[in-house]
Design a protein around this ligand. Structure first.
Ligand SMILES: Nc1ncnc2c1ncn2[C@@H]1O[C@H](COP(=O)(O)OP(=O)(O)OP(=O)(O)O)[C@@H](O)[C@H]1O
Length: 241
């Protein structure tokens, strides 16, 4: 028997009134694969993520995790099955330190002592040990984003969805974020939505392009960035390939 992919969607579709935001998407992700998902504004990327995490229910089609149908499952059930997400909405406690935030996130699943060990491990992995005792509200934008990624890691997901992790970062922060993602990808699968093409080039292997809710092309990064259809959909929207 062949092993099913880590994640698979078939004919995944959602309509809002007259708008088909995600339109018959067949998508497949292998264990520990890193996939970049790009597309112009309104292409359906965030909505696709919401369908994967159970925040939205599909109008049609299915989402399967290791072959098990999770379409229609509740967000906390999907999280428990190993899907973590970092959205663009902040999800950390500003008045607490970096290590306290990581500990609280780890404590959902673990004993206090184990949560401390896990928080320590994440501090090391994300190279945040130097700012462990700082309040999150006092940190630079990039550092806060890394703490947010850390709180997702504290849930020990097998699949991590990152929605625009490099948005608003300086060039140095973008480079470090790329390194962190590649480090995380040694053990875990990720889907990364991003508009910053320099960042995409730093991390991408296979890129899926969404346009008007459908998959326009899915290829290696070099092929995608040279594809005239991709250039067309981004025309005037700042694709710096
Ligand atoms: N709750 C909703 N009700 C109605 N329409 C919606 C809803 N959510 C999304 N849409 C529409 O679905 C389409 C896809 O939106 P979505 O936010 O998924 O795009 P996106 O690719 O994430 O865009 P961006 O890059 O700007 O974040 C858009 O036309 C949007 O207006």
């Amino acid at each position: 028997m062949t092993t099913p992919p880590l994640l698979e969607t078939s004919n995944l579709t959602i309509r809002f009134g007259g708008v088909t935001a995600v339109n018959s998407v067949d998508f497949s992700l292998k264990e520990t694969e890193l996939r970049c998902l790009i597309g112009p504004n309104g292409a359906g990327k965030s909505t696709f993520f919401k369908l994967l995490t159970g925040q939205l229910r599909p109008s049609e089609g299915h989402v399967k995790l290791r072959g098990e149908d999770i379409s229609g499952s509740l967000p906390h059930e999907i999280a428990r099955r190993g899907v973590g997400i970092k959205t663009q909405v902040p999800n950390v406690f500003n008045a607490m330190t970096v290590e306290e935030n990581l500990w609280i996130a780890a404590r959902h699943k673990h004993t206090p002592a184990f949560a401390s060990d896990l928080a320590e491990e994440i501090l090391t992995q994300l190279r945040l040990t130097g700012i462990a005792k700082r309040e999150v509200g006092q940190l630079a934008h990039g550092q806060r984003q890394w703490v947010e990624i850390g709180t997702v890691l504290a849930g020990e997901p097998e699949l991590i969805l990152l929605d625009e992790p490099a948005a608003g970062m300086t060039h140095e922060e973008v480079e470090r974020t790329a390194e962190l993602i590649l480090e995380i990808n040694r053990k875990r699968a990720l889907i990364v939505v991003e508009h910053d093409m320099q960042f995409i080039k730093m991390i991408a292997k296979t890129v899926t392009v969404l346009h008007q809710g459908s998959v326009l092309i899915e290829e290696d990064v070099a092929t995608v960035l040279q594809d005239p259809r991709v250039r067309d959909v981004y025309l005037g929207k700042g694709l710096a390939a």
